[in-house]
Every structure is written in C-alpha cells, then in structure tokens.
Ligand binder design. Sequence first.
Ligand code: SF4
Length: 411
Amino acid sequence: MADLERYSLPLAGESSIGSRTPLAEVAAGSTARPEGAYIHVPFCRHKCHYCDFYSFVDTQDRQEAFVARLEDELEHATDLGATVGSRLVTVFIGGGTPTLLRPPLLARMLAAVRRCLPLAPDADLEWTVEANPETVDAEIAAVLAAGGVNRVSLGAQSFDPQSLRALERDHRIESVAAALGHLREAGITNLNLDLIFGIPGSTLESWRGDLEAALALEPEHLSAYGLTYEPNTPLATKEARGEIEAVEEDLEASMYEDACNRLAAAGFERYEISNWARPGRACLHNLLYWRNRSWLAFGPSASGHLDGLRFKVVPRLGEWLDSKDPWPLSEWERLDEHGAFGEELMLGLRLTEGVDTAWLEDRLARCDAGGERRRALESALADGRLEQIGTRLRLTQRGTLLANTLLADLV
Ligand code: SF4
C-alpha cells in the first residue's frame, strides 16, 4: 500500500535460494520467538507510478481464492510448533490495499488471523491495516474494528493536487479526512498518515502545506519519506526520459529539516529517520523490524525473520495460489555473524535511540576483523554524522540526511 512503513531486506544467500522448502523445515531448530506477523494483500485499485511493492490492479476475481489460500497458510503456522509458542504482540496487514477486499472477505481474513495465530490479549496487541483513503467507508471501518484492528495507516502522500498527479495517485484529497472520520467513528483511534516529500514540481511551500494539512487532521503518527525512483517503475522511466525532473538534493534536505522542526513543534517525537509519533504511539510492529526481532510472514512476497533466518514467501500470486506447499517460500537465508552484525547495526542506527556502545564494542571486536566498520564509525563521529550520548551511539540530524551512504557502508 501507500504505506512505506514496511521493511524488507534483499535476501542474498546463494545455495539457499531457488528451491522450495516448507517454512517449518527451514525453521527447524530455531529458538526464535516471533513477536509479530506481517500479512501481504497484493491488490490495488490502480498502480501508482512510483510503487515497486508487489501489487497489481485488482480485477475482483481472485479475492476469494486469495483469502482461502491465506487461511491455509495461516493454519499451517501451527506446524511451527514451539516457534510460535510465544504470543504475538503485533499484526500488520499491508500490501497492496487490504481494504480493497470485499467486506465479507476482509472479515473472513481478520477472523482467520485471530483463529490461527497466537495473539496477545487485545489490550496488549497492536493490529495495523494499511488503507488507501478512497477504500475506507463506514462499512469497511466497522469490519476492521469488529475484527480487532486497532490501528490504520492511510496513504495520504500529499494534499497538493499537482503532487498527487505527479505520483499518479488514485485518491481524492478530501477522502483522507473522510476515511479518518469513518475510522474514528468505528472506534479506531490510532491512526497514521504517510507523506512523501521531494515530489517533482513540489516546492518548500507546497511541502509545508502538506505538513499543515496532515497536522490539521490530528493523526497519532506520521511517516514522511523522500520520493525514491525505484528501478523499473513508470516514474523512473519518466525521469530517465527527461519527462519529469527530480527535485534538487538541497531542496529535499530542506524539506526533511522542515518536517523535523514542524513536527517537533507540534508535539511529535521522531523515533526513526522517517517516522514521528505522539508520545507512546510509535509503531510497535515497525520497531520489531528496526530492533531486529522475529516476525512471521504470510501472503505472496511477504518477508519474515526468525532469529537470523530471513525468508520470503513466493512473490507471484498465481504460483502462491497453486502451490502444493502450504507455506511456499522463494528465498531464505541465515546470515553469518558478520552479516547479522552489519544488519543489526544498520537497523539500530535508523532509530533515534541509536545503539548501545558496549554492545557495539563487543560486536566490533568479534566481527570487524579488517577494522572497516570501526573506521566508518570513527569517521562519521569525527565529521558530525554520529554522536555519542551517554552509552548510546546515534545519528545526528545532519547524519540522518546522509544516512543512506553511512548505513550502506556499515552493512
Ligand atoms: S496504493 Fe499505490 S503505492 Fe500503495 S501498494 Fe498500491 S500501487 Fe503501491
């Protein structure tokens, strides 16, 4: 969905890619205790031109088969036995556009999640569904609330008509407020809005307008990502042909700094490079990703992690529907200690809380034989991209603007 909160890592194992193995077999011997579950619904009303998520235009004819197949996959989760012995404290249903499912099918999917997965009691559970504003009416909101959903993430992206056109978004500006109204009326009050900055044709003024419009709707959480030109998307093709022009880097940096300042003034805490929340409203599911915890994954193209084992469900709907394997994977990989450390460091530094210096020293001593990561960290400390506050090492505000290069070096 429009929501960019999802996180996935490229899986790079060689010998482990290409064949099929039930997840129960892959996870054999794992002592992981997953704390969350991600479920991917690949249907959308329209394909936005910047989007490289696994999603395609829904023709309504495969929704029922999708839900039936997902029920099988969820039921198979019990085969993981001790692995799912723990209670899940987060569920995140993303896509695609989960709220595009017809109401009875959406209700059936939510019921299957509750029936098959070992969920924590409602009071301890964060259950998020992503939504395109245009798909949320009173009926859908009621189905979500009745099914146990208590958080919704809406892809607003911009409140500027020209920017929405540049992104080829398929929703009206006024539908964001209408969707929030329906959700609140149904009792769902933990709400996120996604925004994108650096859209071709946008200006600092139009971005400030987006921030003000979003704040006026009083969400509990805001995500703001710079537009990326993902390979093989129509947006990237248009840029390559010179039909659109990316905004200048300096302007994009000013937009990000503006977001930091304005959202802080409005009482939001930035807890990750691109995510802000009212106190106590950080997205617990995304924190699982950044803290390198374990989560299950269901639905075509969904990626999961079990204590160092990363896996991905086959990213093709037809193959996933037809597979005889109850939980068909396309890729899985167990990182070695060096790789796992790089990943954990990269993820941890995305968070405002940063990483613990004693943990870092211990891991550097064990895994950084060539001293490369130590040198990258020391250089970033020296030039002000990183700072040490007490026992935590974290990005400075300048460092967040340059985070991609530094984090890539550390991986
Ligand atoms: S709504 Fe647009 S951005 Fe979101 S998954 Fe669908 S095509 Fe991608």
